[in-house]
Design a protein. Structure first.
Length: 97
């Protein structure tokens, strides 16, 4: 499944990333750490990506970020009251002929 970062989703919706985040927080879609507030309910539209890396001084570092799915772009457009033409879908690299 192809997903968009909040930056990419904001660009696709004709917003800036800070404006998208502010609008999503205002509608209680994400929390103060920019993670989905209702993970189970919104799992078709917003997913959490987890990552990690090793820091020489501080050891393993872990991150979590919100990604917007293909269906999530249209859903966000409706939730935020936007009327924009959406870009073509990203091809899924796992699809093979």
């Amino acid at each position: 499944m192809s997903t968009y970062t909040l930056q990419e989703a904001a660009k696709a919706l004709g917003l800036t990333r800070p404006k998208l985040i502010a609008a999503m927080r205002e509608r209680d879609l994400i929390d103060t750490r920019n993670l989905p507030r209702h993970g189970s309910r919104d799992s078709l539209y917003l997913v959490t990506r987890e990552g990690s890396w090793f820091h020489e001084t501080h050891g393993m570092q872990y991150t979590r970020s919100t990604r917007v799915t293909q269906a999530g772009l249209r859903w966000l457009e409706q939730k935020l009251g936007l009327e924009r033409a959406l870009p073509e879908q990203k091809p899924d690299p796992r699809d093979v002929a």
